[in-house]
Every structure is written in structure tokens, then in C-alpha cells.
Design a protein around this ligand. Sequence first.
Ligand code: PXL
Length: 275
Amino acid sequence: MTRNRIPRALTIAGSDSGGGAGIQADLKTFQELDVFGMSAITAVTVQNTLGVHGVYPLPPEAVAEQIEAVGLDLGVNAIKTGMLFSPPLICAVAEQIRKFGWVHVVVDPVMIAKGGAELLRAEAVQALKEELLPLAFIVTPNIPEAEVLAGMKIRSMQDRREAAQRIRDLGAKIVVIKGGHAADEEDEVVDLIYDGTVFTELTGKRIQTIHTHGTGCTFSAAITAGLAKGMSPEAAITRGRAFIQAAIEDGLNIGQGHGPTNHFAYRRRHQEVLS
Ligand code: PXL
């Protein structure tokens, strides 16, 4: 029988029992974009749309073994990291990435959940900068995360460019600073991309909604799916943006708090266009 060449992507991230963020968001996004999804769970969160009620990290060996089991058997075309929580977990993940020599690595430097729950311990920031960012092909911080990684306040577009340069100096090849958290942009969101040579701004319409749970996970997973399929980083980022724009525009009003983004939205729209 001929071997199936379906593109494969691995997410190394936390589980969100509410299904909107983390591993669940990543796998749904991979599936919607025709990529076979695999996972290595770093921590189990107890969570619904009202917030994070508990965090149970897994032992670093358990995470390393999951990655190894996938890498040795199924193989991967691209990977992403999400919630990594502690220095030992970051070191275990970085060691596996180095061992397999994976290049298409998207790092979503997850730090805190919307309600304020800590998804990355304060003492883990240094490990993230030193161990993981040098392995990142694309890193996707939001503005508060970019401030922590770059060690500076971001108030203006010029600050964003400076922060992108500083984060790139930590070793990531392409830096995408997401504009969703910018307070001064009411009608639009500007994502800044820096590849070491040029700054590119991707501008989109800002949607007024509270149903944005899992936005960062979904965006970075969509980029990862694009890389797994062999897209250029620019194409994967642009398509990832279209995917998350649709998912936010059609956000799901479920649960009593911040509902999730709509992972079906992008495919449904494209099917409508085709039919
Ligand atoms: O969106 C960041 C994030 C990542 N991973 C997990 C999460 C969240 C946000 O709540 O729960 C598991």
C-alpha cells in the first residue's frame, strides 16, 4: 500500500477542558486546514468560559516521551508550542526539538490567560528566551508578551518595531507582534511582522466581541498548519490571519463568560464561495 503523505503537525501545549484554547484549539485548527494533528500535552487546565480554575502540569519526562513517540514514528512537517508553564518543561521541549532538528517551529509565548491565570511561571521567562526562542522559526507574541520578551514598554508603532528587533535578537527568525491588545487602535488591528530585513504590517478590521477565547492559540496553529503544508512563512501568516479573522467575526456565544472563537468559520466561508 502506498504511504499517505498527508501533512502532519504537532502541538506541544496545555489542555483546555473548555475546548476553545490550548491543544483543543490547535487540533481543531489543524483539522479545518486539512493537516493531521498530533499533540504532546504539557499541562491539564481545569477551565470553562468563566476562567481557569486549576492547572496540573505533567512531569517533564511525560512531555518529552510524547514528543519522542510522535517524532520517531509518525514524523512531523511543522510544530507549535503553547503553554509550557515551567523551566523544566521548557528545557524538556527544547531538548526534543534540538534532537529531532525540527526547523518549522512556531512558538506562541503564552504567559497569562484572559482572566489573569498564570500559564507561564515568572521564573520560566528566562528559559523561554534562552532555550526556546533560538529554535523558533516564527514567534507570535501579543503586546504584553512582547513587552516581557523585549524588556520594554510598547506604546507606539516605533516601540513595536524596536521590540520586534530585540525579540529577533534572541534568536527567532520571524517575529509577529499581534496588535489585538493595542489600546489606541479602535477600528483596526495591526500585526507587525519582522524577518530581520523588512517590517510588514498586516491590518485587519477590529471586531467588538468578548468571544475571543483561544485567539492566540488558533492563530499560531493556523500558521503552523500552513508551514506543514509547505507554504512560505509569509503565506502561512497571511492565511493564519484570515483564519483567525473569520473565527473572531463568527465567535461562539456559548458558556457564561468569554466564548471561544469559531474554528468552523473559515472553512464554511470558503465552501460558500465555492458552492
Ligand atoms: O490562550 C492562551 C492559552 C493557552 N493554552 C491554554 C490556555 C490558554 C488560555 O486560556 O488555557 C491551555
